[in-house]
Design a binder for this molecule. Structure first.
Ligand code: DGJ
Length: 728
């Protein structure tokens, strides 16, 4: 990894694992993008610049008409695009000065290279070493912007962000404050996004882009299940295994936007960050505004390569270090078994049934607190519902502990029910205006996390429960999105700061609850996986992937999620059949094989477990433990795409290629079929492997070129698992 600056050509070269990112300070002081892709030499590539077509070109302000060469901002591939001086592409920054003037022209001032990557105030970001900071400045009014760049030795990604600084003499209103922009050399890429809804999270959509803006966003004050803050830009010929793939992953949990703009000049400008559709930030004289970070990944090995780079980046540099590579709890969760309808006896029976199976944590889900017998009441009242749980939490916790298991508890800290003691005492804590009724979402309101006093209240209430009880796991849920964006605690000219301030509030809450309880394992959740984003992963190393626990549906959800996120971040449970969401019946083996492709757990009514069920669970947990290290640290190869075939295949290979697992799945069974070979990927060609089900050993080259003939049992929704072990 290196960051170099050639003082003669003024080119910055950032070299990470197999990648180079290059830009230079051009003749007008503009930070002009040159290249991002496979590693290249440090040649003077300025001579390869070309402007492409354009229309009604505006020259750079103040330059001599007779100047030769490219002389419009519109024509420079951009590191940070700005508004009002002839660049008609998407600006990364827009602002209004106190006199109404909206112009800003951010040109090079200086640079520095920091030995350690600084954290962002109040927003999770990647850890890292050497970091380039390029200082840009408006020479007329003093407004400034710092661009941060970090590269890595062991993953092909770049971390980027911008910090805006008001060095003018007046207050400035920031109307748009994106995190980055950069350019790609063509405008005929495919854009891939992860769209969805409740129980249908992160499905893959691929569509061609051309001229104009292709954009994805959230306007929900959360990253949302609707569109994940991730975009891939790929050649239209790129496949899972071959071709250029750029991954853009924003480390942010509120309304965001990512844009790919195909220009008539033949390039693509990529930009994004905080969504400005409802954003206006008052930046007083001397203040700065830090934007969330974006991870930019590149691979020439197709979408699979891009995913593996993102997985390594998130696992090594984003997820809180205390969780990296660490074994996860294997839980039994009572939600689908009981919903709100439980008592001590029922919970004890569920826990007792899995004693000794290897399941190590019992998680008590929603309904243990306040007056919470349905989703209509109780949120915010974080004290035990003694009507349901005689003896309080202590009784059930000590029972669970006596079985040799840890205890986990559900919270939804950001919410309040209208029918709750908290709301009756502090109606103003809920988000909303004073003169309008609020929308309900899942029958509940949201707490105004932009207010410090509200956050203090939540932190005290949740930490009290955690302090007073032997709790080792928390499931942090979040079941609706913001409406009536308004804070009673803020001035009128700061109301459009709400959405970003909500994110800052969530991160503050997490710092003060998650980070002040380092011995408790926290899992994220959002009515399924509706807040599955890189920023939440910093606090929650795994997130409940979806309320849709049906194995067939999960092949799509886990496939899509894996485009951007490592397997270890996906919480996946073996659940009840007929499945509560789809009504489908799949075998316990299939449910386990698919759920074991993530951070696994169980969520079914074990209180009626037969001896056989218990034995099956024991065997599955044992099998999971054999592959857990692969799931936590391995390289993922998506060998079969359920979107385009009757099959799904995930192969996970250890970094040293000494072991691997292939989970193969067939949706519909039929008779007299064409032969089906499962692809084997990622092994070392020269190593020799044993393979489950075969007496012989095989070279990696043999396995990867011949494949494995599928021998599914009769029936629909069948799985096969092959373990590969190097034979020395
Ligand atoms: C939504 C989650 O996704 C479920 O797993 C469960 O925790 C419920 N909320 C509880 O209300």
């Amino acid at each position: 990894m290196s960051i170099t600056f050639n003082t003669e050509s003024k080119i910055f070269y950032l070299d990470g694992k197999n990648i180079t990112y290059a830009f230079f300070i051009n003749e007008y002081g503009y930070a002009e993008h040159l290249y991002f892709g496979k590693q290249i030499g440090h040649d003077d590539i300025r001579s390869m610049r070309s402007s492409g077509a354009g229309s009604f070109i505006a020259t750079i302000p103040g330059i001599d008409l007779n100047t030769k060469g490219i002389k419009s901002y519109q024509h420079f591939p951009s590191e940070l695009s700005f508004f009002g001086t002839g660049d008609y592409r998407e600006p990364a920054v827009m602002l209004t000065h106190s006199n109404g003037d909206r112009l800003v022209e951010l040109l090079y001032d200086s640079y520095e290279i920091l030995s350690e990557k600084p954290a962002i105030g109040g927003i999770p970001s990647m850890r890292g070493g050497e970091t380039l900071v390029v200082h840009l400045k408006d020479k007329i009014n003093g407004f400034a912007c710092d661009l941060y760049y970090t590269v890595y030795d062991d993953c092909s990604v770049l971390a980027r962000r911008a910090v805006y600084k008001n060095f003018t003499d007046n207050t400035v209103m920031l109307d748009r404050a994106y995190s980055f922009s950069f350019s790609l050399p063509r405008n005929d890429y495919d854009v891939i996004s992860l769209y969805g809804a409740w129980a249908k999270e992160r499905h893959v959509e691929r569509a061609p882009m051309r001229h104009g803006v292709t954009s994805i966003d959230s306007k929900r004050t959360t990253s949302s299940a609707t569109l994940n803050p991730f975009m891939a830009i790929v050649d239209n010929t790129t496949t899972e295994e071959f071709g250029n793939a750029y991954g853009i992953s924003l480390i942010y949990s509120s309304s965001y936007v990512l844009k790919a703009e195909g220009t008539s000049g033949g390039r693509t400008l990529v930009t994004g960050g905080i969504n400005d559709f409802d954003f206006r930030w008052k930046l007083c004289k001397g203040e700065m505004f830090e934007t969330p970070e974006v991870i930019l990944a590149y691979s020439c090995d197709g979408l699979g390569g891009m995913s593996r780079e993102l997985h390594d980046a998130m696992r090594n540099y984003l997820i809180n270090p205390r969780y990296v590579g660490k074994s996860r709890p294997i839980v039994i969760n009572n939600w689908e078994a009981t919903y709100f309808n439980f008592d001590n006896d029922k919970l004890k029976a569920i826990a007792k049934a899995v004693e000794g199976t290897g399941i190590d944590t019992f998680v008590l889900d929603d309904g243990w607190f306040g007056k919470r017998d349905s989703d209509k009441s109780g949120l915010g009242d974080w004290f035990v519902n003694e009507g349901k749980l005689q003896g309080g939490l202590k009784e059930i916790i000590s029972y669970v502990n006596s079985l040799g298991m840890k205890f986990g508890l559900w919270f939804e800290p950001e919410m309040v029910s209208e029918d709750s003691e908290l709301f009756r005492a502090h109606p103003d804590y809920a988000i909303g205006t004073s003169d309008r009724p609020r929308c309900y979402g899942r029958n509940q309101y949201m707490l105004d996390l932009t207010r410090e006093d509200v956050r203090d209240h939540i932190v005290d209430a949740v930490n009290k429960v955690l302090r007073e009880n032997n709790i080792q796991y928390v499931k942090w849920d979040y079941n609706r999105n913001v409406t009536e964006s308004y804070s009673l605690g803020r001035e009128s000219d700061r109301q459009a700061e709400f959405s970003h301030r909500y994110a800052l509030g969530v991160y503050d809450l997490c710092e003060r609850i998650v980070n002040s309880n380092p011995d408790i394992f926290f899992e994220g959740c959002s009515g399924g996986g509706a807040r599955f984003d890189p920023a939440m992963l910093y606090y929650f190393p795994q997130i409940w992937t979806s309320d849709d626990t049906d194995a067939e549906e999960r092949t799509f959800i886990q496939y899509g999620t894996s485009l951007a996120y490592p397997l270890s971040t996906m919480s996946c449970h073996v659940s009840i059949v007929p499945n509560h969401q789809t009504g489908r019946i799949t075998s316990i083996e299939t449910r386990a094989d698919i759920a074991h492709l993530g951070a696994t757990g169980y969520e079914l009514d074990t209180s009626d477990y037969s001896d056989e069920d218990k034995e099956a669970t024991c065997k599955q947990v044992e099998e999971y433990k054999q592959i857990e290290t692969l799931i936590l640290n391995g390289d993922l190869y998506r060998t079969e795409d359920p979107h385009t075939s009757n099959f799904f295949g995930f192969m996970v290979v250890s970094k040293d290629k000494s072991e691997a697992i292939l989970t193969a799945y067939r949706r519909m069974g039929s008779v007299n079929n064409e032969v089906k070979y499962f692809k084997v990927s990622g092994l070392d060609e020269s190593k020799t492997y044993s393979v489950t089900g075969y007496d012989a050993t095989f070279k990696g080259s043999t396995l990867m070129n011949v494949g494995l003939p599928a021998a599914f049992k009769k029936g629909d929704f069948m799985t096969l698992r092959y373990l590969f072990k190097e034979v020395l």
